[in-house]
Design a protein around this ligand. Structure first.
Ligand SMILES: NC(=O)c1ccc[n+]([C@@H]2O[C@H](COP(=O)([O-])OP(=O)(O)OC[C@H]3O[C@@H](n4cnc5c(N)ncnc54)[C@H](O)[C@@H]3O)[C@@H](O)[C@H]2O)c1
Length: 350
């Protein structure tokens, strides 16, 4: 049987995460990094030279989209450009891998979904945590009925970002980066939607508490409460500034068991709750919480990219597609609206 040709990928944005995504495309047997586009074409060229790649360099997306044979675009440009770039790529008939946040307005997210659906292209959000080993294990426990019915879920995003970094000139600015609730805790919301499904109602308090060289507009502290359509409740915490290494938590409580980060408690473990049996839990490898590294690189980015490439070549339904990306974004925007209007909000669900 003739070997199927590789999926030819164009990378947009050869910055910090774009460079990781580019390497993940290069290392995928079924994909080829065909082009890289960055406003700073010298940066793109240096990156490709460093990695012995002869991908073509562009300094403008339009030109890259005109390049024949490119089937998919990985978008790792700044947040405020996501809408324009994702719509342009989808309208040109390219499959889209889009970094988070989907867009900095809900209308922008809606435009992306429409373009993706109209052109019937594959779509993946850069929400890699659904593929973390711990998350996959928890999902398998649920599928086997071992956690019972899910009743409560919580996930925190604690990230110490020093106050004297230049990053504050854009991070936390509404019109440049969008909210931290979407750009940061969008990861947590997306993850807990993976477990509990769609959200019926959201309430949120938020604030700015940490001193910085350039102060942020949006929020560095928030608590988001969720009621899912399933009846389960959820909570997401955000603190961008704690004296703590980067910490992303996950706790899933079911009627028959609990996943407390890398500790699993099941009601099949004898007398687990009795005095003297506090250690009677299953301890999962610490490395399964793959992302808890300050400034770190996630192993699971590769799995997310591999899944996107497989979605294209095997013509599968996307693992975490555009509608799902919209629904996560809608919860984030509902949280912002809740904090502003001091009432709970029912997010739009596609
Ligand atoms: N999934 C994650 O965990 C994760 C982690 C980090 C960053 N991100 C997201 O990835 C995106 C990029 O972040 P980063 O830290 O790599 O930023 P970065 O500033 O390091 O890189 C952005 C690159 O895009 C280029 N660029 C800007 N506008 C462009 C345009 N119009 N056309 C072509 N190139 C353009 C810049 O020159 C730069 O090289 C952001 O949206 C960010 O939220 C996601």
């Amino acid at each position: 049987m003739a070997e199927k040709k590789k999926v030819r990928v164009g990378l947009l944005g050869a910055g910090w995460i774009g460079q990781h995504h580019g390497l993940n495309v290069i290392s995928n047997t079924y994909a080829e990094l065909a082009a890289v586009c960055d406003l700073d074409s010298k940066r793109a060229k240096a990156y490709l030279d460093q990695n012995n790649s002869n991908a073509i360099v562009f300094d403008n997306l339009e030109k890259m989209l005109e390049q024949r044979g490119i089937e998919a675009i990985v978008i790792a440009s700044p947040n405020a450009s996501h809408e324009e770039h994702a719509v342009a790529a989808a309208e040109a008939g390219k499959h889209v891998y889009l970094e988070k946040p989907m867009a900095i307005t809900l209308e922008g997210c809606r435009r992306i979904v429409k373009a993706v659906e109209k052109k019937k292209v594959k779509f993946a959000m850069g929400y890699h945590r659904r593929l973390n080993p711990l998350v996959q294990y928890a999902k398998s426990l649920i599928a086997e009925g071992k956690l019972g019915e899910l009743v409560f879920i919580e996930s925190d995003y604690f990230h110490h970002v020093p106050g004297d970094l230049d990053i504050w000139s854009w991070l936390g600015k509404n019109d440049i980066a969008g909210s931290i609730i979407h750009a940061g805790t969008g990861h947590n919301i997306d993850l807990i939607r993976f477990f509990c499904g769609e959200v019926a109602e959201v309430s949120c308090y938020k604030d700015v508490v940490m001193p910085r060289k350039i102060q942020m507009e949006t929020e560095d502290l928030a608590v988001i409460n969720l009621r899912f359509k399933s009846g389960a409740l959820g909570r997401v915490g955000l603190f961008l500034g704690p004296i703590l290494p980067f910490t992303f938590t996950l706790r899933v409580f079911g009627t028959k068991g609990t996943v407390d980060n890398n500790r699993v408690w099941l009601d099949t473990i004898p007398r687990f709750a009795d005095f003297g049996h506090e250690e009677d839990y299953i301890r999962l490898p610490q490395s399964w919480i793959a992302d808890n590294v300050q400034g770190g690189v996630s192993e699971t980015w590769k799995q997310n990219m591999d899944t996107f490439i497989d979605d294209i070549r095997l013509d599968r339904e996307p693992f975490n597609g555009a509608q799902s990306g919209f629904n996560t974004a809608a919860v984030c925007f509902a949280a912002l609206q809740s904090a502003a209007e001091k009432r709970s909000i029912k997010p739009e669900v596609l």
